[in-house]
Ligand binder design. Structure first.
Ligand code: UDP
Length: 324
């Protein structure tokens, strides 16, 4: 199939592009390379540089490629940054997303797999979180993803768009070729591993007074290879979802630090720090629907496997993709 991947130079987009190419698809990556890495774009894919905030860029790409389906990853994805600058998130994630959907419909492309998030639910009133929970985001990042879901849902009704919403929990891990390289890096696993690499003295733990077993926040960590596979299953099975993508098991920040100590053999000191604004106490997926409808089961998301894969990548790339 002909697939257009927005954000194919980013963390999850690069792995999904790699897997789509492995399966023999003809892939075009549309990316502005603002936060991604040109080294992360699979060499088998065609790269079109453009920005979703410029309708002309995505219109031209869509007309040139006329894909069978679009995988939409390109977005800003940092909760803290979104709290500081909400408009930036709405302009890129919502405005850019609208331009993308508009460009698709102009040339009759209907199928889109959308990288959404559990942050669209906000603070859940029960765990595990199923897809029918009310969506009340607590930060502009989650709100921006929910707004684009809403846009697509109306276009589904009015224009025959065929969107699948994949609501990720915490993406983590690495493949041989691709790993996590954000600037600034805010995510827990790379920040813990930075200490093991000797690049920081201690990892800050943001809050130890949450209503969780050890007081630190609980998240559901899902390997990027498992995430990428869910996208391809959704396309193959023509399943519209929405689907939550997580393991169904939560790990606290301190449990993640311990797993990193186990894997690296480094003592990894922690520094107890104030809570980070916008962080819910616990987010754990109820992923039964993805299992039943897509036949999707996480295969690499055991937390030690995740950390081992991430550690292998960070050791090979101590300065990310910029490592010579
Ligand atoms: N966290 C932390 N120290 C860090 C980075 C993150 O304690 O250096 C915590 C963060 O407050 C959250 C959890 O680790 O409770 C996961 O954060 P991350 O940014 O990895 O993912 P998020 O859940 O925000 O998408």
């Amino acid at each position: 199939m002909k697939i257009l991947v927005t954000g194919g130079s980013g963390y999850i987009g690069s792995v999904t592009t790699e897997m789509l190419c492995d399966a023999g698809n003809q892939v075009t990556v549309f990316d502005n390379l603002e936060r991604g890495h040109i080294e992360a774009v699979d060499p088998r894919a065609q790269l079109i540089r453009g920005d979703l905030r410029n309708p002309g860029d995505i219109d031209a790409a869509m007309q040139a490629v006329r894909p069978d389906a679009v995988f939409h990853f390109a977005a800003y994805a940092l909760v803290g940054e979104s709290m500081a600058d909400p408009m930036m998130y709405f302009q890129n994630n919502v405005g850019g997303g609208i331009n993308l959907v508009d460009a698709m419909l102009k040339v009759g492309v209907k199928r889109i797999i959308f990288s959404s998030t559990c942050a669209t639910y906000g603070q859940p009133d029960h765990l595990p979180m199923t897809e029918d929970l009310p969506q009340h985001p607590t930060n502009p990042y989650g709100e921006s993803k929910l707004m684009l879901e809403t846009v697509m849902r109306w276009q589904q009704e009015r224009s025959g768009l065929e969107p699948t919403f994949l609501r990720y929990f915490n993406a983590c891990g690495a493949t041989e070729k691709h790993g996590e390289d954000h600037d600034p890096e805010t995510h827990i696993i790379p920040n813990v591993l930075r200490v093991a690499l000797g690049q920081a003295d201690a990892v800050p733990v943001f809050g130890d007074d949450y209503a969780t077993p050890d007081g630190t926040c609980v998240r559901d960590y899902i390997h990027i290879v498992d995430l990428a596979r869910a996208h391809i299953l959704a396309l193959d099975k023509h399943a519209l979802g929405p689907f939550n993508l997580g393991t169904g098991t939560g790990f606290s920040v301190m449990q993640i630090v311990q797993a990193c100590r186990d894997v690296t053999g480094h003592p990894i000191p922690v520094k107890m720090s104030p809570r980070r604004p916008g962080d819910p106490a616990a987010l754990v997926a109820g992923a039964d629907k993805a299992a039943q409808v897509l036949g999707w089961m996480p295969a690499r998301s055991d937390v030690h496997t995740v950390v081992r894969d991430a550690w292998a990548w960070h050791q090979r790339h101590p300065h990310g993709y910029a490592t010579p």
